[in-house]
Ligand binder design. Structure first.
Ligand code: ADP
Length: 361
């Protein structure tokens, strides 16, 4: 069922709900060396030194977890996904971000090789997004069968958008460009005007949306990669859980969001020899990624120091403005930072690890 709404319902985190856990999880994933021509030898100075640390050029960085080439897509989902799904089922917002240089494994980690049919050879390589939804639907079924005294009704609605040069395009209907972020005056929640929404209840509903949106995503050739992602893309699922207490005759409704955010390549512009439009793109990408990094750093500082909530600069980029209800408060966030094992990438790898460390604090 396809619905197009002029005004999207906004969803705010419900502070009274109990979360499975909350805060920012920072996980680094080192991709395996590629056997393609031109890929340099792996960097002997980059290695995973424990379950949560990585060393490069004699410097050790510690995160919540570090995964290397031995980590399968299933292992990686098990490491990151289930607590985020539980958080959403508890009525709170969850987000997964993939951050890293082009070619470091963001797309593979978030989406994997997607196929319209399940059970084929790429199925075991599917990424976090399809696995998050499989888990979500399985947990919803489990919850619905668990309670005798109440009826649980869940409805999930998805949208997929791209932020390119600080402009929003609907990836499920790319004719809809330059969409505006609006703020609901009553609730102060933000939403994107006219964004396509699709109801989903099984993977058969979700997979075509992922395939369609990713096919519409803007990629350009840069010297770093022939198929470089120059935009941030955000797949959002709004989960509405209605609980009807059959004995007491009472009703309660919880709303939460799951955001899957595949960020534009984080490589610095000088490496891609950018000029003209590419230079403008690179400037916008750098600005929005640093706005995101600053914001996560401020949120980490607030949560660590226990200081009262201060001014948080959500409006410094479209991405942070749009996701403000999923950044901070009781929301849960996994920042996946992907790095290449190649020696030629070591300065970008260092810069990714520094970004990851700021997010962790
Ligand atoms: P990015 O999205 O950061 O530009 P990709 O996800 O496209 O990078 O990864 C670049 C290449 O490396 C792709 O061919 C992808 O299949 C492969 N790759 C990335 N990470 C892994 C991994 N963990 N295991 C196996 N192959 C990977």
């Amino acid at each position: 069922l396809k619905r197009k709404l002029d005004v999207s319902p906004a969803v705010c985190p419900r502070p009274e709900a109990e979360a499975a856990d909350s805060g920012v999880q920072v996980v680094v994933r080192i991709r395996p060396p590629r056997s393609v021509e031109g890929e340099e030898a792996p960097d002997p100075c980059l290695c995973r030194t424990s379950a949560n640390s990585v060393a490069i050029q004699g410097q050790t960085f510690t995160f919540d977890a570090v995964a290397d080439a031995a980590s399968t897509q299933e292992d990686f989902f098990t490491l990151v996904g289930p607590p985020l799904v539980e958080n959403c089922l508890a009525g709170l917002n969850s987000s997964i971000f993939t951050y890293g240089q082009t070619g470091s494994g963001k797309t593979y980690t978030m989406w994997g090789p997607l196929s319209a049919t399940s059970g084929d050879s790429v199925a075991c390589e599917r990424g976090l997004a399809p696995r998050v939804f499989e888990h979500l639907f399985a947990r919803i079924k489990q919850e619905q069968g668990k309670h005798k005294d109440k009826e649980l009704i869940h409805s999930c609605t998805c949208s997929f958008l791209e932020i390119y040069n600080e402009q929003i395009t609907d990836l499920l209907d790319p004719m809809q460009k330059n969409l505006q972020i609006r703020e609901d005056v009553k609730t102060a929640c933000v939403y994107v005007e006219s964004l396509t929404k699709e109801s989903v209840s099984t993977m058969k509903d979700v997979t075509p949306l992922l395939l369609k949106g990713l096919a519409n995503r803007r990629t350009e050739s840069t010297s770093a990669n022939a198929d470089s992602s120059r935009s941030h893309c955000v797949f959002t699922c709004v989960i509405k859980s209605e609980s009807k207490n059959l004995e007491a005759g009472s009703n309660s409704i919880r709303m939460s969001r799951m955001n899957l955010v595949d960020l534009a390549g984080s490589e610095r512009q000088k490496l891609t020899h950018a000029a003209g439009d590419r230079l403008k793109e690179a400037g916008n990408i750098n600005r929005s990624l640093s706005a995101l990094g600053n914001l996560i750093n401020i949120l980490a500082e607030i949560s660590q120091s226990g200081k009262p909530w201060q001014h948080v600069p959500y409006r410094n980029s479209k991405l942070t403005f749009l996701l403000q209800e999923s950044l901070g408060g009781n929301a849960m966030l996994a920042m996946i930072c992907t790095v290449s094992p190649s020696e030629s990438c070591k300065s970008e790898t260092l810069s990714t690890l520094r970004f990851a460390q700021r997010a962790k604090l």
